[in-house]
Design a protein around this ligand. Structure first.
Ligand code: MRU
Length: 355
């Protein structure tokens, strides 16, 4: 399975997703600025993957800090935390990864700096490895919603490329295939950066999952013809009331699903749930450069010089359109996500009976 990011000999190595599928090439980041640049420029993208990249960037930066004690490491990392947090605003995973790295340092405040530096490398690797396990668990729960012969719509890329491995939205598809279910996936091309065309279709073809690429405006027509049974997408941030921010166009897919009585599922690792926000209106939404819209892959111009452009990278799908949110702990009604904040909750009481 394709790997979006790895820690190799003290360096962060990322697959350059901006070049896929035409070229498979890797970028070796030898300092944290390069990691941040990779996140900003979408060499690495997808909420969990950019969280992992941020953690690895922090671990790498820590190695160069001249520290007499743990406080020196914390202080030396402050600009690194800030730079990572400023890369992309919508995915909560960067904030989550920064907090996790900060907390791991605080827990070791009386240790010697060399031990803490080693620990930070291990913590970043743990974040990656745990993500893979989380995605497998999402896959197990999500596969219960997939029947033999289903056709599944997905939007953007929430596959292995967007994570440590396995993907979130694609994990249920991979497990369903392993279970012997015959499935077919429709991948929205996902204008303007074409994550569906360039990444999801490429990834699923490699996994031997039959996939058909469609333009974003085709999904409704296929639903109306009865050619789509369910939709599964990823999320960059899910909030307390169950609203979900994901790639622009996700809201349209959800509304179309409701209109056509098609279940709409969101695959969401718990790390992408932001319990500090009450509703989707509070999620910061990234707007990107106009050139992503006026040019294809930065090369071929398709709009007049100087045209006004809005390039909103994410939208918010209100909870009422979501059939279930699939996490590593099970699938829940979107409006029940808030209960996961509570400790010692009986998950079986709020988990959807997915069978
Ligand atoms: O702009 P991108 O490519 O980072 O957007 C990615 C998405 O919208 C994904 O669906 C989301 O991050 C979930 S990835 C498991």
């Amino acid at each position: 399975m394709v790997k979006a990011i790895e820690w190799i000999n003290g360096k962060v190595v990322m697959l350059d997703q901006s070049k896929l599928p035409l070229e498979v090439s890797y970028i070796e980041c030898t300092d944290y600025h390069k990691v941040a640049e990779g996140i900003r420029k979408l060499w690495i993208r997808g909420a969990p993957a950019i969280g992992i990249a941020a953690a690895m960037g922090i671990a790498m930066a820590a190695q160069d800090i001249n520290a007499k004690n743990v406080r020196d490491i914390e202080k030396g990392l402050e600009p690194v935390f800030s730079e990572m947090l400023m890369t992309r605003p919508t995915a909560v995973n960067i904030k989550w990864a920064v907090n996790r790295m900060k907390n791991s340092i605080r827990r070791m405040k009386d240790s010697n700096p060399a031990t803490v530096k080693e620990m930070l490398i291990e913590e970043a690797k743990n974040i990656l490895n745990e993500d893979i396990e989380v995605n497998k668990a999402i896959g197990k729960w999500g596969a219960e919603f997939i029947k033999d012969g289903d056709t599944i719509l997905t939007h953007c890329n929430a596959g292995a490329l967007a994570t440590g491995g396995y993907g979130t939205a694609t994990a249920p598809m991979l497990i369903a295939k392993q279970q012997g279910k015959r499935i077919h996936v429709f991948a929205d091309e996902t204008r303007p950066v074409l994550q569906g065309a360039r990444l999801t279709s490429w990834e699923l073809m490699q996994e031997g999952i039959p996939v058909t690429l469609i333009t974003d405006n085709t999904a409704g027509a296929l639903m109306k013809k009865g050619e789509i049974n369910l939709a599964i997408v990823g999320t960059d941030r899910t909030v307390r009331n169950g609203d979900v921010a994901n790639k622009i166009g996700t809201y349209t897919v959800a509304v179309l699903c409701k209109e056509n009585k098609i279940p709409f599922y969101v695959a969401a690792p718990l790390s992408s749930i932001d319990f500090s926000l009450k509703s989707g209106n509070e999620i910061p939404i990234e707007e990107r450069a106009p050139e992503e819209v006026t040019h294809i892959s930065g090369k071929c111009q398709i709009a007049p010089n100087g045209v006004n452009v809005r390039n909103i990278a994410f939208d918010v799908t209100p909870y009422k359109y979501i059939t279930a949110i699939i996490t590593e702990k099970g699938a829940f009604r979107a409006q029940d996500i808030k209960y996961l904040m509570k400790k010692n909750i009986d998950l079986n009481k709020i988990r959807l009976n997915s069978s």
